[in-house]
Design a protein around this ligand. Structure first.
Ligand SMILES: [Ca+2]
Length: 291
């Protein structure tokens, strides 16, 4: 049944991401390419995706240990300033502007004390119809577009340390929907790498046009720490991603292309298809390092 959900996801993503009028011609081309690529997939391909999801879900547990990360800190976006100023552009209902100017005047995005270890955590809330001024899907997201530290180019290797909590009230997307909490965004079109929740409440690593991997159940109401280690490339022989959760390997290293343009920029928060129900996610502690 997951196979049926896969196709609308990509189409919906490509359509939803067309919100920026300035790149409309390029986006239109991406839509065509993406749709063509999807329709070119064979049933055995899609069956393989389903099989790989299940294999990823059954990864053998390993002892918790310190996860190796890079030595050069390139970006910190953990809201320890008490606001959103570490990020460039904030996008939510009735807002698409500088994060530094966001006065936390609505439920969409606020920095709150969520207890020990998370005294300054970002709380993102998306309700029905929460579409920013430029259109697209419903969202409450911070973007690092234009910031040098979080921007990656061909051959760059990075570690992303952060914590996520899906609110105790969080319900997964409806069948076939998506609920993206982290995107590595290319120049246009669907993000070539992102973290998404499926309709079964599983956190996935998505490589559009390739197989998703299961990180684990979202475990609503509890904080979990993650490390995403990635090398960015347009080549499936060079690009890779691996993910740790709470100090244990959750997705072993997989080589995949994860760029479709000269650079990727980072977005975090919550981005979803049109849904009727409210969703809340919490983010904290992002630190990006390089070798
Ligand atoms: Ca913090």
């Amino acid at each position: 049944m997951r196979v049926r959900a896969t196709v609308p996801l990509f189409v919906a993503l490509a359509l939803a991401l067309s919100g920026c009028a300035a790149v409309a011609p390029q986006v239109a081309i991406e839509h065509t390419a993406a749709t063509h690529d999807l329709h070119a997939r064979t049933l055995p391909d899609l069956a393989r995706i389903e099989a790989d999801i299940e294999i990823g879900a059954g990864a053998a547990p390993a002892p918790a240990a310190a996860v190796p990360v890079g030595s050069r800190v390139l970006f910190v976006g953990g809201y320890d300033t008490g606001d959103f100023r570490q990020w460039a552009t904030c996008q939510w209902r009735n807002y698409n502007a500088s994060c530094a100017r966001w006065g936390q005047t609505s439920y969409a995005a606020t920095v709150r004390n969520d207890g020990p270890g998370h005294e300054t955590a970002a709380r993102f809330e998306v309700r029905r119809g929460d579409i920013p001024p430029f259109g697209g899907g419903e969202r409450a997201e911070v973007s690092a577009n234009g910031l040098a530290g979080p921007t990656v180019r061909e051959g760059d290797e990075r570690w992303y340390e952060f914590s996520l909590k899906f609110d105790a009230t969080y319900r997964p997307p409806t069948k076939g929907g998506y609920s993206i909490v982290m995107q590595w965004h290319s120049g246009s079109g669907s993000p070539p790498l992102h973290l998404d929740v499926d309709d079964r409440g599983r956190l996935l690593v998505w490589h559009p046009w390739d197989n998703p991997s299961v990180i684990g159940p979202i475990d609503a109401g509890r904080w979990h720490s993650y490390v995403v280690h990635a090398k960015f490339s347009r080549s499936a022989m060079v690009g890779f991603v691996e993910v740790w959760r709470d100090g244990r390997i959750a997705v072993p290293k997989r080589y995949r292309a994860n760029m479709t343009s000269a650079s990727n920029y980072l977005k975090m928060g919550l981005y979803r298809d049109i849904e009727q129900h409210t969703q809340v996610v919490w983010h904290d502690g992002l630190r990006i390092t390089a070798p």
